[in-house]
Design a protein around this ligand. Structure first.
Ligand code: GLY
Length: 399
């Protein structure tokens, strides 16, 4: 009996040691992979920098024309290039990269007064929020505060939402699921000594969206249209998805990331629960490909003969990694392991550009807005940004 007991103990100990060895091996692999991606990014963004004239920001790259397409600083993606440079600097401490970021921030700063749509969080917090966090330079703070004040000019108290776009022929008071991402700017300002009204507005918006944006399976509508005088929902539909009732992939990513982030700021369990349900909708989706890079819409009728969206994968990976910080141990392992598969795929030759190619962008194969025939199967500045963020989150939290 004693011998049996002894043998059993030996087997358990050997199993544990093997498990530990495997875990260490995985950690080494991921450390190396992340290191390689940042080394690549540092070089690649020096190429991108040369392709971007002063005063504008990079959006995408068209290989047929060998041309980086840029936008003015009012476009919703204007904060991602400086944000990506700051993430690269955070990892590499390459001061040339920081200098390039600082120069681009100076171009962007004037948009703190912009009130033409809801995108102030993307534009000013992915850029100046990171600049303030990483450099600690207090000069960045007033820009963040002013951006928050500009964003809440779009708050509509009757509906308790921030209006995304202005009225048009198609929508009267549109709120898109992407808008959840802009709440980080507001919650952060309040939590860092600012007026409590910013976070209160963010919470109201998150609560209203929770009520109106989700279907019973926890997929989300892209657009909810409100009567901003009465607060009534007029209709639900899409602008960038395959159909009004479809699950546009990047939108699912914005929702997952948004409610996980709102849980970080509030510790309100209902946000965590919703984020976990969104995560499960994404992870268990029968149309999720084996390499874990979603098609541009989970419900595209052209699957599997349609485009992927690497940007959706990057947003989802980053969101899942934060969710892994708050979930139970068992669920956390699942979220982190899914995010890890996405990171490994994105870092492979199938999605990551070869050095010197892709106009200087990191990732290939994103889809901006397929129904609008815009930015299909191209690099996108925000795919790079959330990819870098996911790499940093993995390194900081799981290695
Ligand atoms: N916020 C716009 C987009 O995700 O395409």
């Amino acid at each position: 009996m004693n011998r049996i007991w002894f043998t059993a103990c030996l087997l358990v100990a050997a199993g544990l040691a093997r498990g530990q060895q495997q875990a260490n091996g995985k950690k080494e692999q991921m450390t190396q992979l992340i290191d390689q991606q940042f080394e690549f990014a540092d070089q690649q963004y020096k190429i991108l920098a040369k392709n971007v004239p002063m005063g504008v920001m990079p959006k995408t790259y068209y290989s047929k024309k060998d041309k980086v397409e840029t936008s003015d600083t009012k476009w919703w993606t204007s904060g991602f290039y400086p944000g990506s440079l700051l993430y690269i600097y955070e990892y590499t401490k390459d001061t040339a990269t920081l200098k390039e970021a600082e120069m681009r921030l100076r171009t962007l700063e004037k948009e703190k007064h912009y009130t033409g749509n809801h995108d102030l969080g993307f534009m000013m917090f992915c850029s100046f929020g990171n600049a303030y966090r990483i450099t600690g330079n207090p000069a960045y703070r007033p820009t963040i505060d002013t951006a928050a004040a500009s964003l809440i000019t779009r708050y509509r108290p009757a509906a308790k939402v921030i209006q995304s776009w202005n009225s048009s022929k198609k929508w009267r008071g549109p709120v898109i699921v992407d808008n959840l991402m802009n709440l980080e700017l507001l919650a952060w300002v309040t939590d860092h000594g600012g007026d409590p009204k910013y976070k209160a507005i963010a919470i109201n918006h998150a609560n209203t969206s929770m009520k109106n944006h989700f279907r019973p399976d926890f997929s989300s509508y892209h657009v909810v249209d409100y009567d901003m005088v009465t607060g009534r929902v007029l209709k639900k539909g899409t602008a960038q998805g395959a159909a009004d009732e479809s699950a546009w992939s990047r939108g699912q990513g914005w929702a997952l990331y948004g409610y996980t982030m709102m849980y970080r700021f509030t510790k309100d369990k209902k946000y965590l629960k919703l984020a976990e349900n969104i995560a499960k909708f994404i992870i268990n989706n029968p149309n999720m490909p084996k390499d874990q890079i979603p098609y541009w819409d989970f419900d595209s009728k052209d699957i599997p003969n349609t485009y992927r969206d690497a940007s959706a994968a990057a947003v989802i990976a980053s969101g899942l990694l934060e969710l892994g910080q708050y979930a139970s141990q068992k669920d956390s392992q699942m979220y982190v392991s899914e995010a890890e598969k996405m990171i490994v795929s994105l870092s492979s030759d199938a999605y990551r550009a070869k050095p010197g190619s892709n106009g200087g962008f990191l990732l290939m194969h994103s889809t901006g807005a397929l129904p609008l025939k815009s930015e299909i199967d191209v690099p996108l500045t925000y795919a790079d940004y959330y990819f870098l963020e996911a790499l940093l989150r993995y390194k900081n939290w799981y290695l």
